[in-house]
Design a protein around this ligand. Structure first.
Ligand code: C5P
Length: 293
């Protein structure tokens, strides 16, 4: 069973207070974009996982690998042995603010559900996903959605159109808890609600969306990685209609007017040598899905 799972970008991320359970109350608008990890599940006796591709050396092979944890959790819930050989082919960089680890967990849930013939309800899989991590439900869901709670409670949003993104990857990842802690060191300011982002999505208006992008974790990520500011500035100079640090960073997502503008922007950005890698992606795309054949 081969499952393709997209990366996500936060179009909006409001961070509220730190809760007693160590998570922050957030409100976020998420969009799944066409940069995919592929998770394969094959029959085996025992549970193994092989990781290849982008940043594979940074992903733990056993304990701590979210795909392995996901397969184990699903097997326990189904009352069966976790017999599966997982492979994860990574294109989503690790610790990049793109929910790559969450994508692998969602991929393992869908792949093992199919391999073991469990036929779990979508709502049941979403429940398991929320136990695995705040972004895992969205990796299953895909599209464009509003996330509340710690990000795991999803509501559909009315989104029209397709958006062309240029993703600038950094050479070193950022730890999500570190960025949240940095955020908590500074007094909180109140930022606007999701209305402007939601209105732009309803209108399929890339310019309005670019102007409305907002991430409360951007300032702390920039304090930890001041060089990211140069990528955002370069995007604006090169004609991007908006730019934002995705999630806890350090990936910078630049929004282009359309697909051909994104191709040109990506080439110019790559030429500046500010990023380890540059990719064009479009969104929204579907969440974790079995690849036919
Ligand atoms: O849910 P997940 O395991 O992906 O979260 C990783 C870490 O990010 C948490 O342990 C927490 O430190 C931080 N986090 C947070 N508030 C959220 C989501 C994540 O503080 N809403």
């Amino acid at each position: 069973m081969r499952v393709r799972v997209p990366a996500k970008i936060n179009l909006l991320l409001h961070v509220g207070p730190l809760r007693a359970d160590g998570y922050h109350e957030i409100a976020t608008v998420l969009q799944a974009v066409s940069l995919y990890d592929v998770v394969t599940a094959a029959p085996a006796s025992g549970l193994t996982c092989t990781v290849t591709g982008e940043g594979a050396d940074l992903v733990p092979a056993g304990q701590g690998n979210l795909a392995v944890t996901a397969a184990g959790l699903l097997a326990r819930r189904a009352g069966r042995r976790p017999d599966v050989a997982l492979t994860v082919e990574k294109s989503i960089p690790v610790a990049a603010g793109l929910a790559g680890g969450s994508a692998d967990a969602a991929g393992a849930l869908v792949a093992c559900d199919a391999l073991w013939g469990l036929g779990m309800e979508r709502s049941e899989l979403l429940g398991l996903a929320a136990e695995l991590g705040s972004d895992v439900p969205f990796s299953l869901h895909g599209g464009t959605a509003l996330g509340t709670g710690r990000g795991e409670r999803l509501a559909e949003v009315m989104a029209r159109g397709s958006y062309s993104w240029v993703l600038g990857f950094a050479s070193e990842g950022l730890s999500t808890p570190t960025v949240y802690r940095e955020r908590d060191r500074q007094p909180r300011s109140t930022s606007a609600g999701p209305e402007a982002v939601l209105a732009a999505l309803r209108a399929a208006d890339a310019r309005a969306l670019g102007a409305a992008l907002h991430n409360d974790l951007q300032a702390p990520a920039l304090r930890l990685r001041p060089a990211l500011r140069r990528v955002l500035d370069a995007g604006a100079e090169l004609g991007a209609v908006g730019g934002i640090v995705s999630g806890s960073g350090p990936t910078v997502a630049l929004l282009a007017r359309d697909q051909s503008a994104a191709t040109a922007l990506a080439a110019s950005l790559a030429g500046l040598g500010l990023c380890r890698g540059v990719r064009v992606a479009h969104g929204p795309v579907s969440g974790a899905r079995v690849v036919p054949g």
